[in-house]
Ligand binder design. Structure first.
Ligand SMILES: [Zn+2]
Ligand SMILES: [Zn+2]
Length: 237
């Protein structure tokens, strides 16, 4: 009988149990502690979800990741956000998260996580920010990693929108689209690693070729100097 229960028919209490187990694992992950997903999955089924299969619980965990991602909150890296979440299930998960004090995050908040930064910037690009954002004068390194800096998604969005689909280096149109927007990479003219700022006066939108050229070519210094001439908002730091 239990196999015939449809995945969409999860009860409120089942969703709550899954959310509780998820938040427990998330807290462990964020504090750098280890957990074993299969062990947690089994414990959850034995305690609260006796009619659910391992795969079904796994899928629900991915649904919770999706909802957290949409809420601009951190999610468990090992549970890739599932593409399709039924709207009813999404509502139940949201309600359970809200009950547990999980509030939507700030979609303009700086972050060091590249995926989050990219998602936030794309959303902001579509809203078209009018004033140039302040950005971050002295970007800090993320606690978890020595080389990744916390950056402002508004700066990324604004710099890309200013380029209007064309590379600030060569003037050619972006080579392809991503997330419904022209694909251009935001480059810090004075690198963050050399204490450059994450501000629109130190950032350009480049096609992948020009970006590589800045970092790897034998004429990278001359090419960088040409950017200061072409892009008038840039201020040497
Ligand atoms: Zn280019
Ligand atoms: Zn770069």
């Amino acid at each position: 009988m239990s196999e015939t229960i449809k995945d969409s028919d999860w009860s409120v209490s089942e969703i709550r149990a899954a959310v509780d187990a998820y938040l427990k694992m998330l807290a462990l992950e964020l504090s750098g502690q280890k957990f074993v997903k299969t062990v947690e999955n089994l414990a959850l089924r034995e305690a609260s979800l006796p009619t659910r299969t391992k795969g079904s619980v796994e899928f629900r965990m991915q649904n919770i990741s999706t909802v957290l991602m949409k809420m601009d909150r951190e999610f468990i890296k090992g549970y890739k956000p599932a593409k399709n979440v039924g709207s009813n299930v999404e509502q139940l998960i949201r309600a359970a998260l809200t009950e547990r004090g999980v509030q939507p995050g700030d979609p303009t908040a700086p972050t060091a996580d590249e995926q989050t930064l990219e998602r936030r910037a794309a959303a902001l690009q579509k809203q078209k920010i009018k004033e140039p954002p302040k950005g971050i004068k002295k970007p800090k390194r993320a606690a978890s990693s020595g080389t990744v800096y916390v950056r402002d998604p508004e700066v990324r969005a604004w710099v890309r929108n200013e380029a209007e689909g064309h590379c600030d280096g060569c003037g050619e149109p972006a080579p392809f689209q991503k997330l419904g927007l022209p694909y251009l990479e935001v480059h810090h003219v004075k690198p963050l690693a050399e204490k450059g700022s994450d501000q629109v006066t130190n950032a350009v939108a480049l096609c992948p070729n020009c970006h590589r050229r800045c970092h790897h070519s034998s004429d990278s210094e001359e090419f960088t100097a040409s950017l200061y001439k072409k892009v008038t908002r840039l201020i040497p730091e």
